[in-house]
Write a protein that binds this ligand. Structure first.
Ligand SMILES: [Zn+2]
Length: 401
């Protein structure tokens, strides 16, 4: 895979570029839509193309459980199986180690706040994960059976799934792990990274997509020396790009530090992915610090829950369930060119959600993904033009003064 940097921003570390994958190009900075089970919930591949999505990320753990990597491989890999013939990524299952393990013990995870503050939330249950040097044992969420993932097995599974960009097994730590634990987990993740690279070499030619590439994952929690060391170790290995994983700390300030330390140590010419972040301001701050791609389930999950993204509203979101939208004939966002805003009013979406109509899910998801795609395009244009990467300027670009 080739990554070409096209423009560098004056006044920040931001850059625009093109990721060339075996299934097409991705213009960066880019938002990666989450397709956990090989589909973006409520949308078809044609819908995704229409709103301009460039890249999807599937979930190795869920696809391993159902339908199984052999089924996906026989049906043409994720591209053939899902009908999305554009670029795919798959994650490694490392986040599931976290959310079924320490995430439960520490009461943090996908639904809990990403930045929980200083007080640990209550545990949501006992850990369902057993970690050893060899790998990780999980309880299946489907039938409760124990499953073992090793770094080698996770590569083999992803060879069969056939995504263009794949990730090695890592251990994602919680913001409430202490320094000693975070360091031990990081060192183990480094040993797993070397095993994953060897397994990747050993399985060249296996599966439906011989052109796939492997990114490395940097760990180290919110500890500066650990993050820098992890970025130097992982950055020194023969990965095609890098992802920033694990705990990003207990606050947004911690997260920005983590990004700065990591980017500072990584090779400058390779792509950088930030796992699990998708808020407008977080994306802007991360782009300014040199991040190229982002994945986050929030925009699509929020759509299904009634939260629609718009530059006009406070916090970039409006709750379409609110009765003040009952008679509102305006589109979700003036100036949005998505199929939903072109044809439908807020009042109609309010009605669909209130009455439980299935079409609501598709129309809402189309808009929120188009919002993310337009946001990233506006960011790229501002980087190339040397304009400031502030919310005010972006808002003007997208909805007018
Ligand atoms: Zn729209």
């Amino acid at each position: 895979m080739d990554f070409q940097i096209e423009a560098r921003h004056s006044g920040s570390e931001a850059r625009t570029g093109v990721l060339c994958t075996p299934h097409g190009e991705v213009r960066t900075p880019a938002f990666v839509a989450v397709a956990t089970r090989a589909t973006v919930k409520a949308l078809s591949p044609a819908d995704l193309r229409e709103v301009g999505v460039q890249l999807l990320i599937g979930n190795t753990y869920h696809l391993y459980l159902r339908p199984g990597p052999e089924v996906v491989a026989v049906l043409g890999g994720l591209h053939g199986f899902s009908g999305w013939a554009g670029p795919w990524m798959t994650d490694s299952g490392g986040f599931q180690v976290f959310s079924l393990g320490a995430g439960k013990e520490h009461g943090v995870g996908k639904i809990a706040p990403i930045f929980p503050g200083d007080e640990p939330p209550k545990p949501t249950g006992p850990s369902l994960v057993r970690l050893t040097e060899e790998g990780v044992r999980f309880r299946s969420v489907v039938d409760g059976a124990w499953i073992t993932f090793t770094p080698e097995e996770v590569i083999r599974i992803q060879r069969f799934l056939g995504a263009d960009i794949i990730l090695p097994l890592d251990e994602c730590t919680s913001p409430f792990h202490d320094r000693a634990y975070t360091e031990a987990a990081m060192e183990r993740t480094h040993r797993w990274a070397e095993r994953a690279l060897r397994a990747f070499e050993d399985t060249q030619g296996l599966g439906p997509n011989p052109g796939q590439v492997l990114y490395g994952i940097v760990q180290g929690g919110a500890y500066e020396d650990l993050r820098r060391r992890s970025a130097r170790v992982i950055g020194g290995l023969s990965f095609s790009g890098f992802a920033i994983g694990g705990s990003l700390g207990r606050s947004k300030g911690d997260m920005l530090g983590v990004i700065e330390w990591t980017v500072d140590e990584l090779p400058g010419e390779k792509p950088r992915h930030l796992l699990g972040i998708g808020g407008v301001e977080d994306i802007l701050e991360a782009v300014k610090r040199g991040i190229d791609t982002f994945d986050c389930a929030a925009p699509t999950r929020m759509a299904r829950n009634g939260t629609l993204l718009t530059f006009e509203a406070e916090g970039f979101r409006l709750n379409i369930k609110n009765s003040r939208f009952r008679h509102d004939g305006r589109p979700i966002e003036e100036g949005c060119d998505c199929p939903t805003c072109r044809a439908h009013s807020r009042a109609f979406l309010h009605h669909l959600l209130r009455t439980g109509e299935l079409s609501y899910f598709r129309l809402a998801t189309l808009h929120n993904l188009r919002f993310m795609v337009r946001l990233m395009a506006a960011i790229r244009a501002r980087i190339a033009a040397g304009k400031s990467l502030e919310v005010g300027g972006l808002r003007e670009d997208l909805v007018g003064p």
